[in-house]
Design a protein around this ligand. Structure first.
Ligand code: SF4
Ligand code: SF4
Length: 279
């Protein structure tokens, strides 16, 4: 069994308790218009080209899979040929054993609280690989998920982690579909399952001006969360204005012009006894 990883960040401190390693699994079933990791959207490896590329052509490979079959196989030969560092492969194959060994190589830095966080992309998309890897890790384990997967898959992953970061992008199904490409029925079902499991969790809400920052939407999100004893807090993430920066590097355009909210009404959560943190 192999999984595809597009980044491993050591010493992260915002993705769970203590000092952590965050592993970004490739592939996502959503297409959030504010996503700032476009290299994580597709499940297979891909090539990234810097805006500084001179177009000299030194990296041309006659039997390149991207040219012949329409999808890069991550062979890395063009990266070596460039020599200037303007090309990179996004996505590397790991077995569960190899990934667990890599993660555990950082264990001297975890201390008592630290561990690993699986993010993406969407980590539940590679559920078998994820669970196989989680089983090999005798440390604090966390996932960051959009919650869009089958409920039995979600519950199975839940039993192998100590903490969950759960995204709530919009409470309205039609708006969710408009801005992410899918409605939120699976997500809300998995949120109910998460609450029922009593697994500690942190809800994360990206805040985009005019999309999901209205008091009405935040009231509905707070209502979804107020009867959850294992909810630690809500983290609010104002839109990152650099979100579109990497799209040209992976060959996509970024036609959106979102902005962060002018004000963030944390009282809506405080009034229901829910702690918040603005990141
Ligand atoms: S890594 Fe480069 S040479 Fe290899 S398939 Fe991808 S684009 Fe082609
Ligand atoms: S990626 Fe490097 S080798 Fe390829 S065209 Fe650009 S500068 Fe030339």
């Amino acid at each position: 069994m192999q999984g595809t990883v597009f980044d491993i960040k050591e010493f992260s401190v915002y993705d769970g308790p203590g000092v952590r390693v965050t592993v970004f699994l490739k592939g996502c079933p959503l297409r959030c218009q504010w996503c700032h990791n476009p290299e994580g959207l597709t499940a297979s490896p891909g090539i990234m080209v810097s805006a500084a590329c001179r177009g000299c052509g030194k990296c041309r490979i006659p039997d390149c899979a991207l040219k012949l079959k329409g999808s890069c196989d991550g062979c890395g030969r063009c990266v070596e040929l460039c020599g200037d560092g303007y090309r990179s492969v996004s996505g590397k194959y790991f077995t569960p054993e190899a990934l667990a060994e890599r993660i555990m190589s950082y264990s001297p830095f975890f201390g008592e609280d630290g561990g690993v966080t699986f993010s993406g992309g969407e980590p539940t998309l590679q559920s078998e690989f994820l669970i196989s890897t989680l089983r090999l890790l005798p440390i604090h384990r966390t996932i960051q998920t959009c919650g869009h997967c089958r409920e039995e898959v979600f519950k199975s992953i839940l039993s192998h982690v100590e903490l969950v970061f759960f995204d709530i992008k919009h409470t309205d199904p039609a708006m969710h579909k408009r801005y992410t490409g899918v409605d939120n029925s699976l997500i809300l079902a998995n949120l109910r399952a998460l609450k029922a499991s009593r697994k500690p969790f942190i809800a994360r809400i990206p805040l985009i001006n005019g999309v999901n920052d209205s008091d009405e939407n935040l009231e509905k999100a707070a209502a979804l969360l107020e009867d959850a004893p294992s909810l630690i807090r809500v983290e609010l993430l104002p839109y990152n204005s650099a979100a579109g920066a990497k799209y040209p590097m992976v060959g996509y355009s970024y036609p959106y012009s979102f902005s962060a909210p002018e004000r963030i009404n944390t009282d809506i959560f405080a009034n229901r006894g829910i702690k918040t943190r603005v990141l």
